[in-house]
Design a protein around this ligand. Structure first.
Ligand code: URP
Ligand code: ZN
Ligand code: ZN
Ligand code: ZN
Length: 468
């Protein structure tokens, strides 16, 4: 479908920088102009398809910088495909995802990227890009990093956790960081001391501690803080920037804040599960806790205040979902009797914009900060701004009409993710997506899905725009 010439009239246009009552003109899939509502300029836009946004917010489509569609992990595969997951993302007001291609040990980055490009090809309802998971650092891999940066895969996830799977030792991490310091790449770190955690896992299981809640206990907050500290020091030695993914422990936030106070190019992401859920969920009876097993793990409720504070002070810049769903029945239950066999990951790609809007309603963050952490900052972090993440002339017309007054209750019975439970079941939200445009083409129209698999385009990225 070609994008119709469209005017969105009468809404409150909210970006990370501004809030204005304005009309938005869309032509050829891009934002053509923005003019004050009722102005002669806006009145002159006739002969268009009109979307009435009176009483609504007009916001940039969400940019989810951390998803794992159909990821093979923990002996199974994440239950959302690129088709189902991007459709659900659109339902939740997200118009771009950055997913993770995986380098298998003994293979090239290129072969991993090609495999993921193939999986996503012609499947996505919204635009998508890739980070690269580096699991095998060697001379060839390092050379390939340069090529990938040139081609628009400008960020590389490495793991201090999961020995024997994705884990890299400090020497490998240092070498990749040194390479990134020369080629403009951004190293994204899963910062948990996986070697120590594996010892604690074995000790817990030997002591008969097999329930899901022990997943949270063995993945100690101090082992997240220690790894975060070490990653920061390694990045300093290498002279490279660092982005720490899925930060959950208050002690890890403190490490990031201290580094940033020294002016270091260190960035952090947290996720809705750490802001809204806690070890109380992991301790739910009857194996229900398995629904909440992810890594880094959910923390005691006290950690949430530090995460919200970090988002307000910009010590954390981004909220991504780390969407990695596994069905309770048939996947999470692989870990009955042994928490270490529960596949790690939570669903959430559909819920992020709403949960963060709820935080606006509750006064935790401002409306503009909502758009910053969910749209503009991830777009900048991953080299997609201002094409994505804002509403400005020339930007892709990825636009959401958001009703800030609608009431909804999150439930697996009504969500669109391909997973048999919701981590937020029964949670009341004020605010709801009404209409979603992707490059000017309707994907969600008045709460109906009108998109199609294959509309979404692969989007090569520039380098991190937080670096001078
Ligand atoms: O539990 C998680 N986070 N699963 C996805 C893989 C990762 O480490 O991000
Ligand atoms: Zn108004
Ligand atoms: Zn991770
Ligand atoms: Zn992840």
């Amino acid at each position: 479908m070609t994008a119709p010439r469209t005017v969105i009239r009468g809404g409150l246009v909210v970006t990370a920088a501004d809030e204005t009552h304005a009309d938005v003109l869309i032509e050829a899939g891009r934002i053509a102009a923005i003019a004050a509502h009722g102005s002669s300029a806006a009145e002159s836009w006739t002969d268009n398809h009109v979307i009435d946004a009176t009483g609504k917010y007009v916001i940039p489509g969400g940019v989810d910088g951390h998803t794992h569609m159909e990821m093979p992990f923990g002996g199974t595969t994440a239950s959302d495909t690129f088709e189902t997951g991007t459709r659900a993302a659109a339902w939740g007001g997200t118009t771009t995802i950055v997913d993770f291609a995986i380098q298998d040990i003994g293979r090239s980055l290129r072969s991993g990227l090609d495999a993921w490009l193939d999986k996503a090809d012609a499947q996505c309802a919204i635009d998508y890009a890739f980070h690269m998971i580096v699991s095998d650092v060697n001379d060839e891999t390092l050379k390939e990093m340069d090529v990938l940066v040139e081609e628009g895969v400008t960020s590389f996830k490495m793991f201090m956790a999961y020995p024997g799977v994705f884990y890299s030792d400090d020497g490998k991490i240092l070498r990749a960081m040194q390479r990134a310091s020369g080629n403009g790449g951004l190293v994204m770190m899963h910062a948990e001391n996986g070697i120590a955690i594996d010892v604690l896992v074995q000790q817990a299981l030997a002591a008969g501690k097999t329930d899901p809640r022990y997943h949270g206990e063995v993945r100690h907050a101090l082992l997240e803080a220690e790894a975060t500290h070490r990653a920061i020091q390694l990045s300093r030695v290498a002279g490279s920037p660092l982005y720490v993914v899925h930060v959950s422990a208050q002690q890890a936030v403190a490490e990031l804040a201290a580094a940033r106070d020294q002016g270091l190019p260190v960035f952090g992401e947290t996720c809705p599960q750490y802001l809204f859920l806690s070890t109380d969920n992991l301790a739910e009876p009857g194996f229900e806790g398995a629904k909440y097993v992810c890594s880094t793990p959910l923390r005691p409720r006290e950690h949430q205040a530090a995460l919200w504070q970090g988002l307000r002070t910009d010590d954390l810049q981004v909220v991504s979902t780390d969407h990695c769903p596994f069905c309770f029945s048939g996947q999470k239950d692989m870990g009955q009797g042994d928490f270490s066999r529960i596949p790690n990951g939570l669903p959430g790609v559909e819920n992020r914009m709403d949960l963060l809007h709820q935080a606006v309603v509750e006064g935790r963050i401002s409306r503009r900060r909502w758009i910053d952490i969910a749209c503009a900052a991830p777009a900048r972090m991953f080299g997609l701004y201002p094409r994505k993440g804002t509403i400005a002339p020339g930007a892709d017309a990825d636009v959401v009409v958001y009703d800030p007054h609608a009431e909804q209750v999150i439930s697996a019975g009504t969500h669109h993710m391909n997973v048999d439970y919701s981590a937020y079941e029964g949670r009341r939200i004020t605010g709801r997506v009404e209409t979603v445009l992707s490059r000017g083409v309707p994907v969600i129209q008045d709460r109906s899905y009108v998109g199609r698999a294959g509309h979404g385009r692969y989007t090569p990225r520039g380098i991190c725009q937080y670096l001078g």
